[in-house]
Write a protein that binds this ligand. Structure first.
Ligand code: ADP
Ligand code: ASP
Ligand code: MG
Length: 485
């Protein structure tokens, strides 16, 4: 059995959905017994959020975003479903359009768009797409059924990014999804709280849905179908020289996704890793290419780094004490304060005999947190035990991730050399204890340059050609699990 997940980029149009149908058809022919997980059509989640915000503020409930949502779905149905089946499809879809309109009216009346109503509103994206795709499969001769993930994925009620109750969820998945005659087309991203409210797993959460289901059923593979040739050495939208990676370990994938490689939603790696189910990233628009497999061992090995990632919208908090500062006490208090306020520290570094700490955090709450640290350390600041609490805005974090950091001492030198030769200043540095990740903070204005020069110091033109040739050869032989290098 396999789980095949298709993201918004793969279900953006009738042509793309036809491609998805052919991939599912091939999987059925090969006897893979797939469970299909789908995202909302491309752009629909954002349009739903726009429609909700508008309804809460304006003098009328319906708006351009709502009209666009109806138009996009109607057009896809028209292009995808033969005329003689349109009515039977619309019987399922029209009630959803009506409920959506009613909900926007409710938001408008209350003039309130809470996280709870937002989750209910965005759930329409996946509910519409899973219904349309299951109908399209059936009219193409692949018997399929709509399956609402809220019937199996149970969470707490932290709306917007709910936490999964794995005991209940695994039990329900086993009961309801382990043996079905028809293909189940499951809504990604959405879930249900203990008390029955609709929740969501966080933006990009359909990948996580696929992993939760695949891990619970211990399937042979979780395939994540998207619009690129796999996990690449960097975001191909920012680094033109990025190449697909043949194979990654779960640990590397975990680091890469947490540090900005948003081809996979970060929590996705864990359930698959615990169940030892491989995750495979593949391109819907290049289905002959084998993509990237993420598994327990066997990093790609043909290049010294696995990937370079970028995290943006960060600030660097810089706390500088003097030699008499009680550095242990101050550090402890700052970390406790951040923990109490649920602030994630994406990089921390501490050096010097006095007390000099740099902390990189997301910019959205930076001002609030700086004020809280000032309040916490007001005594030390007043009496000069802390020289300054500085604040560097508009910084970005570049992470170089590889299992090879453990055994290749030339890697740091090559990184610093490439930045030095290209005039990029490093504002802070840290290397994770896992020896998988070397992170650098640079000014936002340098982020793309830094990403490209570090990447190109490791991935040469020769690697690019070699990768293409080897990948094509492997593809032609139908091989995947071969360590390259
Ligand atoms: P989907 O709609 O299929 O979920 P996403 O937009 O969430 O697709 O993810 C695919 C995108 O992730 C790619 O188009 C690419 O721009 C981006 N991306 C960022 N980092 C990487 C990376 N290291 N490798 C591949 N793609 C990446
Ligand atoms: N539709 C959701 C989003 O846009 C979930 C997903 O695409 O994975 O975030
Ligand atoms: Mg995605």
């Amino acid at each position: 059995m396999k789980v095949l997940k298709f993201g918004g980029t793969s279900v953006g149009s009738a042509a793309a959905i036809n491609q998805v149908i052919s991939i599912i058809g091939n999987s059925v022919k090969k006897g893979e017994n797939p469970i299909v997980v789908v995202s909302a059509f491309k752009g629909i989640t954002n349009l739903l959020l726009e429609a909700g915000s508008y309804a809460a503020k304006s003098s009328q409930p319906e708006n351009a975003a709502y009209n666009k949502i109806i138009e996009i779905h109607s057009e896809v149905i028209r292009d995808l479903i033969p005329p003689k089946f349109i009515n039977s499809v619309m019987i399922e879809i029209i009630p959803l359009f009506t409920q959506l309109k009613d909900l926007l009216y409710g938001i408008h009346l209350l003039q309130e768009f809470s996280p709870k109503s937002s989750d209910w509103l965005v759930s329409f994206g996946e509910r519409l797409s899973a219904r349309i795709i299951s109908q399209a499969l059936s009219v193409n001769g692949i018997e399929a059924q709509y399956f609402d993930s809220r019937d199996v994925i149970i969470t707490d009620n932290s709306f917007g990014s709910a936490k999964v109750d794995f005991d209940k969820t695994n039990k329900f998945i086993w009961e309801k999804l382990s043996s079905n005659e028809n293909i189940q087309v499951v809504t990604g991203f959405i879930s249900k709280s203990e008390s029955g409210e609709t929740t969501t797993l966080g933006r990009g959460g359909s990948d996580y849905t696929a992993s939760i289901i695949g891990a619970a059923l211990k399937v042979d593979e979780i395939e994540i179908w998207t619009d690129v040739d796999g996990f690449m050495t960097a975001d191909p939208g920012l680094v033109p020289g990025a190449v697909p990676i043949d194979s990654l370990t779960y640990d590397e994938a975990f680091e890469l996704t947490h540090y900005g490689a948003n081809v996979v939603y970060p929590p996705t790696v864990k359930p698959a890793c615990h169940a030892l189910v491989p995750i495979v990233i593949r391109n819907t628009f290049n289905p002959g290419f084998l993509g990237t497999v993420i598994k327990e061992s066997g990093s790609t090995g043909n290049i010294n780094i696995t990937g370079v990632t970028l995290l943006t919208d960060l600030v660097l908090l810089k706390l500088e004490g003097n030699e008499f500062t009680d550095s242990l006490g101050v550090t402890g208090r700052v970390y406790s304060l951040l923990a109490r306020n649920k602030v994630e520290v994406v990089l921390a570094s501490q050096a010097s005999a006095g007390n000099s700490i740099s902390l990189c955090i997301h910019s959205d709450r930076a001002l609030e947190i700086k004020a809280k640290i000032e309040e916490e350390l007001r005594y030390e600041l007043h009496f000069g035990q802390i020289k300054s609490l500085g604040f560097e805005q508009e910084v970005s974090l570049i992470a170089v991730i590889t299992e090879n950091l453990r055994n290749n001492s030339t890697i740091p030198g090559r990184i610093f050399d490439s930045l030095g030769r290209n005039g990029v200043d490093i504002l802070s540095i840290a290397q994770g204890a896992s020896m998988l990740n070397l992170s650098l903070v640079v000014s936002k204005t340098d982020e793309v340059k830094a990403l490209n020069v570090i990447h190109d110091a490791f991935v040469s033109d020769e690697d690019r050609h070699k990768d293409n040739a080897e990948a094509t050869a492997l593809c032609n032989c139908g091989l995947r699990y071969v360590a390259m290098g």
